[in-house]
Design a binder for this molecule. Structure first.
Ligand SMILES: Cc1cc2nc3c(=O)[nH]c(=O)nc-3n(C[C@H](O)[C@H](O)[C@H](O)COP(=O)(O)OP(=O)(O)OC[C@H]3O[C@@H](n4cnc5c(N)ncnc54)[C@H](O)[C@@H]3O)c2cc1C
Length: 563
């Protein structure tokens, strides 16, 4: 069951309350950031909020309705406590973290409901429809696009339907290598239950610990190992979704030619059509070998060519990430500086020698190559890929950088928490395009972001990596940092930067999102993304399944977000 508990989960930001980013063991990091951003770090601009400092109005929901819902799900599975309402009112984007720290909740959830099964979801939706309540399905609440925030114009009240009680792997079919999993299972719950039977789903987003199967499917998420295991949409064979007008249940078949895919229509529906209750997922044997390595290329373009060649020559790794020059320099600053002095001196010396040969962490492109599978397969791919990279100018750094990345792969989100408290704007955005357009799009989005940020704050750092590779192209993932503008201007600063990047993405042939989804943050770009007739078709499906617009109103489709 979900660990969304008072005192345990950082409701105003990312992760567990008792987990913090380890700055102390990375002595290069803070000086590097200070130099890049032209600001001093360490002084608290924001303190972590406490619940008493947050004002939200009384719940707008009538007690008789709450009693009826409690009669269905059990009184312990309905809550209007401040902790539950506040923690379910926003997701985990930079803007959300900022507003929580400013003690500012514009629109609050009125009640949180935890259904225990599909029948209860059906009944709760019926009550919601009868009483004009908005319903927002809630997985882990890790949305970075405003997906779980109420935007319920014209609704009496908003329920957050937290799927945490539906967290079981219901069955595993080892012959077909499939598993039926309930939508509320968080990443660790999915893996723990599959691993004991010798299987893995292979979906490991950075938000793994605090995101759930239903949320992954509803947002078309991608794990960091998606190049090998596939994106979530490649793993779903079938699903069940409760809509206000009835059940959608797709057939458990590996493929079908029975018309346009209703399955794919539900995947990515972000809660606007109904509540995904369970899915039949493709699973794989737990890998015998997990092998992560680092490589460095003289420049980003050379590394991009290497990834394209791997994919097009049929040598897809499980995980691949290629950092641009700015992210490579940041990765170097992230390196641990603890351990025996001789070891660090040895590393520094080796890096100096490499830099003399043109492979510099100041100027080059750092690559993480991850291979998972059975021993023979991993060995075969490793030797092929390393040879290909060598031929295209890559230098193999061995397993140590790969292991360090793998071990600290969940840490950077905690660094974000620290930076925001110190007054640094830090956010990420992502897109995808074909190989032929990749470097062009990369440059245009980067310069649009840089110009917007520098114009506002004077200084900025924009980093990018290629990940989630395909035969035809890949995703570009940007992280941007800037000193926050003075009080009151922080949100506008972020909006302007985000707008500039999104416009460039659309203009230069990317998609508004490769894996974060739409929510309300990207909704106004949807007409441009899919075109007016396709948008009308999505609206028509919504009107069929949810004619009263109770399901997550104001998301995915471009309508006003004022509630
Ligand atoms: C630090 C951090 C790292 C991240 N890393 C990644 C990453 O590596 N890859 C990636 O793809 N994304 C990533 N994200 C974004 C986010 O984790 C994903 O969008 C994730 O898929 C959301 O899952 P969730 O369970 O938290 O969904 P929620 O945030 O709870 O919900 C997201 C949307 O899905 C809907 N929804 C949730 N459950 C259901 C359901 N059962 N039925 C119907 N609709 C539902 C909600 O209503 C909402 O619209 C990251 C976010 C953060 C904060």
């Amino acid at each position: 069951m979900s660990d969304y508990e008072e005192g345990k989960t950082r409701w105003w930001g990312w992760g567990n309350v008792d987990q913090r980013f380890d700055v102390e063991n990375r002595s290069r990091l803070i000086p590097f950031m200070q130099e890049s951003l032209g600001m001093e770090l360490g002084r608290e601009r924001f303190s972590d909020p406490v619940l008493d400092e947050i004002n939200i109005p009384e719940p707008r929901i009538a007690s008789e309705i709450l009693d009826t819902i409690a009669g269905i799900v059990g009184p312990e599975n309905v809550s209007t406590t401040k902790f539950q309402r506040v923690s379910h009112s926003m997701g985990k984007s930079y803007r959300d973290s900022l507003r929580y720290r400013e003690r500012k909740i514009e629109r609050a959830i009125d009640a949180v409901v935890w259904p225990r099964g599909e029948d209860e979801v059906v009944k709760v939706l019926r009550i919601a429809e009868d009483n004009n309540l908005a319903v927002i399905p809630f997985g882990g609440g890790s949305s970075v696009t405003g997906g779980v925030e109420p935007v319920s114009a014209g609704k009496t009240a908003t329920l957050s339907l937290d799927m945490a009680r539906m967290d079981r792997v219901l069955s595993v079919d080892p012959t077909s290598q499939t598993a039926v999993i309930q939508a509320g299972a968080l990443g660790p719950e999915v893996e723990d239950q599959l691993n004991v039977q010798g299987f893995t789903l292979g979906h490991f987003p950075e938000s793994f610990d605090h995101s759930a199967l239903g949320g992954w499917i509803a947002t078309r998420a991608s794990g960091r190992q998606s190049t090998g295991y596939g994106d979530i949409e490649d793993m779903v064979l079938a699903l069940k979704m409760v809509t206000p007008r009835g059940m959608v249940e797709t057939r458990k078949v590996p493929n079908t030619a029975a018309g346009p895919s209703v399955l794919q229509l539900c995947i990515g529906s972000e809660g606007i059509l109904g509540v995904i209750t369970e899915a039949t997922m493709s699973i794989r044997p737990v890998p015998d070998v997990i092998d992560y390595r680092g490589l460095i290329f003289r420049n980003f373009a050379a590394g991009v060519s290497a990834i394209r060649e791997m994919m097009q020559q049929g040598m897809a790794p499980t995980c691949i990430r290629l950092s641009d020059r700015a992210e490579t320099a940041l990765a170097n600053a992230f390196r641990h500086t603890t351990g025996p002095k001789w070891k660090r001196q040895g590393e520094d010396f080796a890096l100096k020698l490499l830099a003399r040969r043109g492979y510099s962490f100041e100027d080059g492109a750092f690559m993480i190559l991850g291979l998972e599978g059975d021993r023979d397969e991993v060995e075969y791919l490793r030797s092929g890929i390393l040879k290909l990279c060598r031929n295209l100018g890559g230098f193999h750094l061995g397993t140590s950088p790969g292991r360090q990345w793998y071990e600290s792969r969940h840490d950077t989100a905690y660094f974000r928490e620290q930076l925001i408290n110190w007054g640094v704007m830090v956010d990420t955005l992502e897109t995808a395009t074909t190989w032929g357009n990749l470097l062009h799009l990369y440059g245009e989005v980067r310069s649009a972001l840089r110009s917007a940020l520098e114009e506002q704050a004077g200084r900025a750092m924009v980093t990018c990596h290629v990940s989630h590779a395909y035969r035809e192209g890949a995703s570009l993932y940007y992280t941007f940092f800037a000193p926050m503008l003075p009080e009151g201007k922080e949100e506008v600063q972020w909006e302007e930067a985000k707008h500039a990047a999104s416009e460039a993405i659309m203009k230069y042939g990317g998609t508004i999102s490769h894996h974060h989804g739409v929510g309300y943050e990207h909704a106004s770009w949807m007409p441009n993304e899919v075109g007016s007739i396709s948008l009308a078709a999505i609206k028509a499906v919504k009107e069929t399944m949810d004619p009263d617009d109770i399901m997550n109103p104001g998301k995915l489709l471009p309508i006003t977000r004022e509630g």
